[in-house]
Design a protein around this ligand. Sequence first.
Ligand code: AMP
Ligand code: GLY
Length: 475
Amino acid sequence: MSELTVLVIGSGGREHALAWALSRDPGVRAVHCAPGNPGTSRVGTNHPLDPMDGAAVASLARSLASDLVVIGPEAPLVAGVADHVREAGIPVFGPSGAAAMLEGSKAFAKEIMEAAGVPTADARLCVSMDEVVTALDEFGPPYVVKDDGLAAGKGVIVTGDRDAALRHAAGCRRVIVEEFLDGPEVSLFALSDGRTVLPFEPAQDFKRVGDGDTGPNTGGMGAYTPLPWAPPGLVEDVVATVIQPTVDELARRGTPFVGLVYAGLALTSRGLRVVEFNARFGDPETQPLLTRLKTPLGRVLLAAATGTLADEPPLEWGSGAAVAVVLAAAGFGRESLVWLRRAADARPRDVELLLLLAQSCAATEQGDCARRFYGWAARLEPQNDAAQLGLGLEHLQQGQLDEARVALARAIRAGPGNPRAYEAAAQVERQRGRPPREFAALLQAAGRVARVEQRLEAQVQVAAAAGQTMLAALE
Ligand code: AMP
Ligand code: GLY
């Protein structure tokens, strides 16, 4: 077998586990990580990089003569970074932006499941508080309310408190209210080349922050594998009823899923149900799973990336058990903002840190805080398009249209490749009551940029739909 050079994108414990497993594969000659972390530097070579910058990822992969790129986290996948690498002619383990919507939009995942006949919780997509109230009362407690979008496991609440459910919904743009699923949860991963799938052994992770499974949800506090209590035939069942039909449905739509399908399942009293899909290796399940995987990892990831999984035998597993426990700073989760604030106090001119802080504020619906830190970053670095865009979006949300307009114009000037800036600018013009041709041009620009950039096809659709609605309203 040829000797592979593999580039792993990401900086977490999951990427350390991937790099570690790849470094033990005799068919892998070199492991590179970008940006990596102190753990990955012990099993490979780290390179500084913004994982969200598709062109930069493709260019690094080319300069390292990579035979395979493995993209760890969801945000770059949803942003279409794998598309850039694939277009550069380099095999990549990770779905296209369009296929990653399986994780990027819970509403899209529900649509795919419905089309493929995959069992999941009954759910209502709500865009107004009236709809939320109706749905909550229809399903009754315990209430399950989910933000429709990427939220790193923090966009969901499960609560018996109707007011808490309503408060959570009020902070989201589009909300999914669903039936409560009883029974234990299982995470099942499968490699997919777009047609053939190769399942892992199951694992279980624990999402609540506190001991004894208490407190708010996180992305995962610990995991173990195997699951001696799992019913026999579980893996075959999940492949046949969940994973294969989902992969087939995505292929049928012309957006084949190449990468890792993560099915989060509940084994309920009424049978198996999908809780969520992720479009990437789970964190922390990957860590214990890869310590038990005996099949060389590089080989099967390359087979998935190049469409030859049908030729691979089933994955082989060691007989032992493995556990991962996440060690986190006190206040992990929402309160990590406190830590970030302290870091920003200590390094007040660190724009990256300010942006991280601003994004964390925005993700936890703290608009004033987000605006302050975006504004601070934008003052330090007026050419920083992420800072200007964040600032513009926050002003827009508060109805501060003049301020939004200035910041968005700067965002477009500094980073003309981002369709969101045009969309937001168009929204500002509409709210300011400007003539339709002004923002129609902006929307066309958004669509054009999105197409040129080959980013999320969904973004083009959103821009086109928004444009039609706005024009219809003005005609
Ligand atoms: P999600 O982001 O959809 O994976 O949800 C995060 C966590 O919330 C899941 O791992 C479950 O622990 C819990 N959860 C989500 N949906 C439901 C549901 N319908 N019923 C019960 N618990 C749920
Ligand atoms: N451990 C849950 C996740 O990776 O989303």
